[in-house]
Design a binder for this molecule. Structure first.
Ligand code: HEC
Ligand code: HEC
Length: 375
């Protein structure tokens, strides 16, 4: 990965409070600047309608999408837990453990590479991977479809939204994707976004200094760039392993099983003790332990952090970067000691916090329709 030069002294740029996009772009030193998110892209073959979004919301909470009716999307993507599950490693389908941290679905509408290893390219493709994946929803597609067909209200709703006589899983996944596209940051509520639009008081002095560090000395902009604060590329930081894999058989079982599913050779499979990340897809040794750069929006609500949830606070994350990341033979060259002072670390954290909404997006579960006997 090539490294672009970074502008180091930026204090003066941010002295003036109302800053335009040109200023932000200059500060970003050639990387796509942070800035308010545009509306999310909507695929031409899955346009948004209020009825579709409402149906998608119901399905997101409906445990009948899944194997034993215990694991709807919402149990691992809870609004009150920043739309993740709040744990280090996500819960798994009953009888299993997951092996990665549950990502927030907030702003997932903006990614074209989903999951920590970026292996699907749209929310429409992601939803079946979740509902049918063995350690997540573990649902059988034809059985889930049959369940939906025995719920008269769904039959009617699917017909209205998709024009088909019976509910189909493909349509269910489209509706869920449409719903997810509504779970996005509201720029009016994000201090950084308000600041970029000219609200001088939106960022504290400390957060403004943090912004300069982000774009300069700390170099976060190299990867966490653009309005989403993610370049959607893959890097190894040397994040420490989560110890639970050394002690808990259920975690080890999933880990070994994933290695088997993802076609790791016998040697790697037997020695399975860490997450190979992007390598599973490319089988290129250079890609070992690389993960997709996550967005840094809404971090206030989505702890713990990293693919294995090892960090609980932003102070810990900043300390980790300040030390030059962890020990890994595959570590990306951009990750090196930063030499930040204690005050600078605080400033950087203050800036990261300004990328979250003032309040979390909360939502009550929808009322779900009952089954009925069909004639
Ligand atoms: C048992 C817990 C569990 C369930 C159930 C579950 N998820 Fe997830 N979800 C996860 C985990 C863990 C990840 C990260 C997995 C990985 O990268 O390997 C994830 C990742 C995602 C992502 C990717 C976000 C990003 O930043 O790339 C989306 C979107 C998502 N889930 C939506 C859903 C939907 C929709 C459903 C229901 C159909 C669902 N999930 C069901 C645990 C779960
Ligand atoms: C070389 C690219 C790169 C640079 C530079 C970089 N990051 Fe990251 N960042 C990543 C990747 C990749 C991950 C996910 C790593 C993982 O889970 O193993 C990540 C994860 C994070 C997370 C956790 C987010 C979550 O939702 O779990 C935070 C917070 C973060 N970075 C902040 C920063 C800050 C602050 C800086 C600057 C000091 C920075 N990053 C510099 C690539 C980078």
């Amino acid at each position: 990965m090539k490294t672009k030069p970074i502008i180091l002294a930026l204090g003066s740029v941010f002295g003036a409070a109302a800053i335009g996009y040109a200023t932000l772009a200059a500060a970003a030193g050639g990387f796509p600047a942070l800035g308010p998110l545009p509306p999310p892209p909507i695929p031409a073959d899955n346009p948004m309608t209020p009825e579709k979004i409402e149906l998608g919301k119901m399905l997101f909470w409906d445990s009948r999408l899944g194997g034993d009716a215990s694991s709807p999307c919402a149990v691992c993507h809870e609004p009150s837990k920043g739309w993740g599950d709040g744990g280090e490693i996500s819960r798994g389908y009953p009888g299993t453990q997951h092996w990665r941290n549950s990502q927030t679905i907030l702003n997932s509408a903006y990614y074209n590479k989903l999951f920590w290893e970026g292996n699907v390219t749209s929310l429409e493709q992601q939803a079946p991977a979740a509902a049918e994946g063995n350690v997540a929803g573990n649902g059988d597609r034809s059985l889930m479809e049959m369940r939906l067909r025995f719920i008269p209200e769904y039959v009617e709703r699917f017909k209205k939204v998709f024009g088909a006589d019976w509910p189909r899983m493909t349509h269910a996944y489209m509706a869920i994707a449409a719903f997810e596209r509504t779970i996005v940051s509201d720029a009016k509520q994000v201090p950084f976004d308000r600041f970029t639009k000219g609200d001088k008081k939106a960022l504290s002095e400390s957060a403004q200094r943090g912004m300069a560090l982000y774009n300069g000395k700390a170099g976060c902009i190299q990867c966490h760039n653009g309005p989403l604060a993610s370049d959607q590329r893959f890097y190894a930081l040397g994040v420490p392993e989560n110890e639970v894999f050394k002690t808990e058989p259920l975690y080890q079982i999933t880990h070994r099983w994933e290695h088997y599913q993802k076609g790791i050779d016998e040697k790697g499979y037997r020695g399975a003790d860490w997450d190979y990340g992007l390598y599973y897809r490319t089988k290129n040794p250079k890609d070992k332990a690389k993960f997709r750069t996550p967005s840094l929006r809404e971090l206030k609500y989505s702890a713990p952090y990293m693919h294995n949830g090892v960090f609980y606070t932003l102070d810990e994350v900043v300390d980790f970067y300040n030390k030059g990341g962890g020990a890994s033979p595959y570590k990306s060259p951009q990750i090196k000691p930063l030499g930040l002072t204690d005050q600078e670390k605080k400033d950087l954290v203050a800036f990261l916090e300004s990328l979250s909404m003032d309040k979390p997006i909360l939502m009550d579960p929808p009322k779900l329709p009952p089954y009925a006997v069909m004639k």
